[in-house]
Design a protein around this ligand. Structure first.
Ligand code: IMP
Ligand code: MG
Length: 202
C-alpha cells in the first residue's frame, strides 16, 4: 500500500490502495474471500473528511446538508461533526421507476423539509455513471427551487461516467473497481466496515 502524508485537494488512489505511515490494517474474519484489498484506510478517510469539512465551510455561516440515502450516512456523520458552523440536515433518496418516465428512470422518494431558496451541499457516497447525482441536483434546483447546489462526494470513479456532473468537493478519485465499506454496500452488506475495500471478482 502506498503511504500518504499530504491530503490537500483530491487524492488519487492507486490500485494498491493508500494508508498513513505506521497504520495497521486488519480485516475482520467475515470478509475472508470477499474482499480483494483495502483501498482507503480508516486514517486516510478520517484525515480527508476533516479537510473536506473545512473546505466546504469556508466563507459560510451555516451549512445545509442534503444527504443521499443510504450510502452517504457514514460519510455524513463524520463530516458534519467536523463542520465548525451550524448545520441543518435533510435526506433524499432516488429510486428507479418501473416503466418509462422522464428523468433517466429515477424518481425522488422523500419530501425535503426546507430546500426552497437555500444554498445546499448535496452529499453522495460515490459518483459512478453520474446519473443519480445529476438527476438529484436538477431536482433540487428546478423542483425544490434551491438557490444553489454544491456537490460533495467522498469517492469519484470516473471510469464509467455517462453524465458530466460538476463536483465542488471530492474526497478521493478511485480506480475502476467495486468498493464497499464506510457506508457503501454490495447487496446491502459491508456498510459497517471502517475502511473502503475493493470487492473480489469484480
Ligand atoms: P451513478 O448514478 O452511476 O453515479 O450511481 C451512483 C450510485 O451507485 C451510488 O450512490 C452507489 O449507491 C452506487 N455505486 C456505484 N458504484 C459503486 C461501488 O463501487 N460500490 C457501491 N456502490 C456503488
Ligand atoms: Mg447511493
Amino acid at each position: 500500500m502506498k503511504i500518504v502524508k499530504n491530503f490537500k485537494n483530491v487524492i488519487e488512489v492507486p490500485d494498491e490502495g493508500i494508508k498513513t505511515s505506521g497504520e495497521k490494517i486488519s480485516t475482520p474474519s467475515f470478509l475472508k474471500g470477499r474482499v480483494d484489498r483495502v483501498l482507503i484506510s480508516e486514517n486516510c478517510l478520517k484525515l480527508r473528511v476533516k479537510e473536506m469539512a473545512k473546505e466546504l465551510s469556508r466563507g459560510r455561516k451555516e451549512i445545509y446538508l442534503v444527504s443521499v440515502l443510504q450510502g452517504s450516512v457514514v460519510f455524513l456523520s463524520d463530516l458534519m461533526r467536523n463542520i465548525n458552523r451550524n448545520v441543518k440536515l435533510d435526506f433524499i433518496n432516488a429510486s428507479s421507476y418501473v416503466g418509462r418516465k422522464p428523468g433517466k428512470g429515477l424518481k425522488i422518494d422523500l419530501p425535503l423539509l426546507e430546500a426552497k431558496g437555500k444554498d445546499i451541499v448535496l452529499l453522495e457516497d460515490i459518483l459512478d455513471t453520474g446519473n443519480t447525482l445529476a438527476f438529484i441536483k436538477n431536482y433540487l434546483l428546478k423542483k425544490e427551487r434551491a438557490r444553489s447546489v454544491r456537490t460533495c462526494v467522498l469517492l469519484d470513479k470516473p471510469a464509467r461516467r455517462e453524465k458530466k456532473v460538476k463536483l465542488d468537493f471530492t474526497g478521493f478519485k478511485i480506480p475502476d473497481c467495486f468498493v464497499v465499506g464506510y457506508g457503501l454496500d454490495y447487496k446491502q452488506s459491508f456498510r459497517n466496515l471502517p475502511f473502503i475495500a475493493a470487492l473480489k471478482n469484480y
